[in-house]
Design a protein around this ligand. Structure first.
Ligand code: GDP
Length: 627
C-alpha cells in the first residue's frame, strides 16, 4: 500500500489537482470551503493502473500559517507531489515544503507544474521549469520528473497518473517490522460508533479485534472497526491510510500526534538522542539550549535542544543533539523529525532519532557519550542492540528489541549472534550485557570488601543491605550472589556475606576486656551478667562481633551467655527431659540453681529454636530433638 502527499505554496492548485486525479474533493472542512484554502489535512485515493491497489493521497495545506498541519500529514508518505503554479513559479512555501521533504528524506517525488492553461507564452513555461530545476538541485527531488498540467483543461493528467504508478512500482512495499504504529492525524467521533482515529500505518499490520494501546497516554482499548479509503477491511497493511474505530478509549482522552500500537511495544519518553541537519538557508546557528518545536510522526511538542560534542551547529552542518521534551511522546529509532523555531516561525532543520530512550541527560563533552552516538549512527545491528541493552539493563528481550529500533528479524539475528559470542547474560526473563553483569559482580565484591574495612568488628554485610546497595531485585541478587559464591570469592554465613579471607581481629585493649568479661561470665555461670552490663563492659561493637562470631548467644533482650555455657545449660535441660518427659519453669530454676527470670528465658529460647515445645505450664521435647 502506498500514500502520496501533496506539497507546495498556497493556492497553487494542490486540492484541485487531487480532485482532478481522483474525483474526490479533499477539502473536507466547511471552513476550507468558505476560504477556499486547505487548512487541515485532506484525504483522497485512486486505484493504480491495474486496479489492484488503492493509493492514498494526503493533501496538505500550503499556507505559511498551516505549515505545521502539513507536517502531521507528510510523515508516512512514499511519494511527494510537489505542486507549483505555472503563472507564479517557485514561491516561499514551495521552498519551505521542499526543505521539509528533503529533511524527511521522502523516497520519491514528482513535480506538477499546474495551471498551464493560464500561461500563453511557452518561453515563460520554460523559464519556470528552469527555475524549478535549479531549486530542486541537491535535494531529494533532484531527479524528479517535472510535468506541466492543467486541472481545468485536463491536460497531462493522464501522464501524471502514469508517472505516479511508475514511481510507486519502483518504490516497493513499506517495511513490515511486525510492530504496527499509527501516528494519529485526526480524531473524531460518530454517534453509535464512538471514537475514530486516522493515520498512515507504519511498521506492521492491524487487525479487527486487536488489543491496542495509545501512547504516550498509555490508554488501552480494542479495534472495533477498520477502514481504508471508506471501505471496511479486516486487516490494515503497513503503508496504508487507515481509520480505526476504537472501543474503550474516549475521543477527548487522546490528541493528534498520539500513536496507536499493539500492547507494550512502544513506551513514552521525555528525552531523545538524534542526528540533526541544520538547514543551509538559515542565517544563524542552532545553539545549545534553544527552545524549538519538535515535529515527529503527527506529533508536535515543545523541546529544548542540547547540543552534544559541540558548541553549536552551523547552517548546512549536521551534529548530534539530545532533545529534552516538555511532554512525553512515543517515537522509535529511525523516525525522522523536523525542528522549527516557535517565533517568528521558521523551519530550522531535521534529522533522525537514534535513541528514543536514552534514559538520562548526557554530558555534552564526554568521550563515552560521543562513542555512544557514533555507534548508534554507524554501528552494526549487534552494536546497536548491545548498546540498547547496556543502557537499559536489566530489560526484557521484547523491550530491548523495541528500544533498539531494529526490525524484528534483524534484532533477533543480532541477539542470536550476541548470545553465541557470550555478550549477553539472561537472568530469569531479563537480560544484562555480560559486561554489565560482570561489573555487578565486581561491585558486589568491592562493597563487601569496603564494608570489611569500615566495619572491622562485623563478620560481614547483611544480604539485605548488600542487595539494596546494588539496587537489584531479590531474584537477580540471589542469582548473582550464588554465582560469586560458587567461585569461592565470597562466603555466605546465614544472613551475612563476607570475603573468605576476612577475620575479625581485636585490639590489645579489647582483648584484655574480653578476658575480663569471660572470667566474669565463667564465675557467674547460669546467672550471667545482663546484655546491658556486657555491652558496657566491652563496648557495643565488640559485643556485636562476639555475637556474630558465635562466642556469645543472646537469648532475649536481657539475657546473654557465653556459647559454651549456654550449650551446657541446654544439655542439662534436654537430659532432664529425656529422663522425666517434661519440665516446667520451677523445675528448670531448681535444677539450674537460678531464678525464674533465667529459667523462663532459657525455655522460651529453646522453644523458639524448636528444641522444646510448650504444653500448658510444661515443656516437652520436640519429637525430632529427642535423643
Ligand atoms: P491549493 O491551495 O494549492 O490547494 O490550491 P487550490 O486547489 O485550492 O486552487 C487554488 C485556486 O486555483 C482555485 O481557485 C482553483 O480553482 C484554481 N486552480 C487550480 N488548478 C487550476 C488549473 O489547473 N487551472 C486554473 N485555471 N485554475 C486552477
Amino acid at each position: 500500500m502506498h500514500v502520496i502527499g501533496t506539497a507546495g505554496h498556497v493556492d497553487h492548485g494542490k486540492s484541485t489537482l487531487v480532485e482532478a486525479l481522483t474525483g474526490i474533493d479533499p477539502d473536507r472542512l466547511k471552513e476550507e470551503k468558505e476560504r477556499e484554502m486547505t487548512i487541515d489535512l485532506g484525504f483522497a485515493w485512486i486505484k493504480n493502473k491495474d486496479h489492484q491497489e488503492e493509493i492514498g493521497i494526503v493533501d496538505v495545506p500550503g499556507h505559511r500559517d498551516f505549515i505545521e498541519n502539513m507536517l502531521a500529514g507528510v510523515g508516512g508518505i512514499d511519494l511527494a507531489l510537489l505542486v507549483i503554479a505555472a503563472d507564479e513559479g517557485v514561491m516561499p512555501q514551495t521552498r519551505e515544503h521542499l526543505a521539509i521533504l528533503d529533511l524527511l528524506e521522502i523516497r520519491g517525488g514528482i513535480v506538477a507544474v499546474t495551471k498551464i492553461d493560464l500561461v500563453d507564452d511557452p518561453d515563460w513555461l520554460e523559464l519556470v521549469e528552469l527555475e524549478i530545476s535549479e531549486t530542486l538541485s541537491n535535494t531529494v527531488l533532484e531527479n524528479a520528473e517535472i510535468i506541466p498540467v492543467s486541472a481545468v483543461s485536463g491536460k497531462n493528467i493522464d501522464r501524471l497518473l502514469e508517472s505516479i504508478w511508475q514511481q510507486l512500482s519502483n518504490i516497493g512495499e513499506k517495511p513490515d517490522k511486525g510492530q504496527p504504529r499509527l501516528p494519529i492525524d485526526r480524531i473524531f467521533s460518530i454517534s453509535g460508533f464512538g471514537t475514530i482515529v486516522t493515520g498512515t500505518l507504519i511498521d506492521g499490520h492491524l487487525k479487527l479485534g486487536d488489543q491496542i494501546e495509545v501512547q504516550p497516554e498509555g490508554l488501552r482499548g480494542r479495534i472495533r472497526g477498520l477502514q481504508t479509503h471508506q471501505t471496511k477491511i479486516e486487516m490494515a497493511r503497513p503503508g496504508s491510510r487507515v481509520a480505526v474505530n476504537l472501543s474503550g478509549i474516549a475521543k477527548n482522552d487522546i490528541s493528534r500526534g498520539s500513536v496507536l500500537t499493539h500492547l507494550g511495544t512502544l513506551s513514552p519518553t521525555l528525552l531523545c538522542d538524534a542526528k540533526y541537519n541544520h538547514l543551509i538557508d538559515t542565517s544563524f546557528p542552532l545553539k545549545h539550549n534553544t527552545e524549538v518545536k519538535f515535529f515527529v510522526g503527527a506529533d508536535e511538542i515543545v523541546a529544548r535542544v542540547r547540543i552534544i560534542g559541540d558548541k553549536q551547529i552551523n547552517p548546512g552542518q549536521s551534529g548530534w543533539i539530545q532533545l529534552a521534551l516538555r511532554q512525553p511522546i512515543a517515537v522509535a529509532r529511525g523516525d525522522r523529525f523536523i525542528l522549527r523555531r516557535p517565533s517568528p516561525p521558521a523551519t530550522l532543520g531535521g534529522g533522525l532519532i537514534l535513541d528514543p530512550q536514552p534514559g538520562r541527560r548526557h554530558k555534552r563533552y564526554s568521550g563515552q557519550v560521543a562513542q555512544k552516538f557514533s555507534t548508534l549512527e554507524a554501528g552494526s545491528p549487534e552494536d546497536i542492540l548491545l548498546l540498547a541493552l547496556q543502557r537499559n539493563e536489566p530489560i526484557s528481550i521484547e523491550k530491548v528489541y523495541e528500544i533498539s529500533g531494529l526490525d524484528a528479524e534483524v534484532a533477533e539475528n543480532a541477539w542470536i549472534s550476541l548470545t553465541a559470542d557470550e555478550k549477553i547474560a539472561l537472568i530469569n526473563d531479563e537480560a544484562y550485557s555480560s559486561d554489565g553483569w560482570h561489573s555487578l559482580a565486581t561491585n558486589l565484591r568491592s562493597i563487601v570488601s569496603s564494608y570489611h574495612i569500615n566495619h572491622p568488628l562485623r563478620i560481614g554485610i547483611s544480604r539485605e543491605e548488600l542487595r539494596s546497595r546494588l539496587n537489584l531485585s531479590g531474584q537477580h541478587f540471589n542469582h548473582l550472589l550464588n554465582e560469586i559464591e560458587d567461585t569461592g570469592e565470597i562466603l555466605l554465613s546465614g544472613n551475612m556475606v563476607r570475603l573468605p579471607e576476612f577475620e575479625i581481629s581485636f585490639t590489645e585493649q579489647q582483648k584484655q576486656r574480653l578476658d575480663q568479661m569471660s572470667t566474669l561470665f565463667l564465675g557467674r555461670g547460669v546467672n550471667s551478667p545482663s546484655v546491658k552490663e556486657t555491652k558496657a563492659m566491652v563496648g557495643d561493637d565488640v559485643y556485636m562481633a562476639l555475637v556474630d562470631l558465635n562466642r556469645l548467644i543472646q537469648i532475649n533482650q536481657e539475657v546473654v551467655y557465653l556459647t559454651d555455657t549456654y550449650r551446657d545449660l541446654e544439655r542439662t535441660i534436654v537430659d532432664y527431659l529425656n529422663a522425666n518427659g517434661s519440665i516446667n519453669a520451677g523445675q528448670t530454676r531448681d535444677i539450674l540453681g537460678t531464678s525464674r527470670k533465667y529459667a523462663i528465658a532459657l525455655l522460651e529460647f529453646m522453644d523458639s529454636n524448636l528444641i522444646t515445645e510448650r504444653k500448658g505450664d510444661d515443656r516437652l521435647l520436640k519429637r525430632d530433638s529427642r535423643s
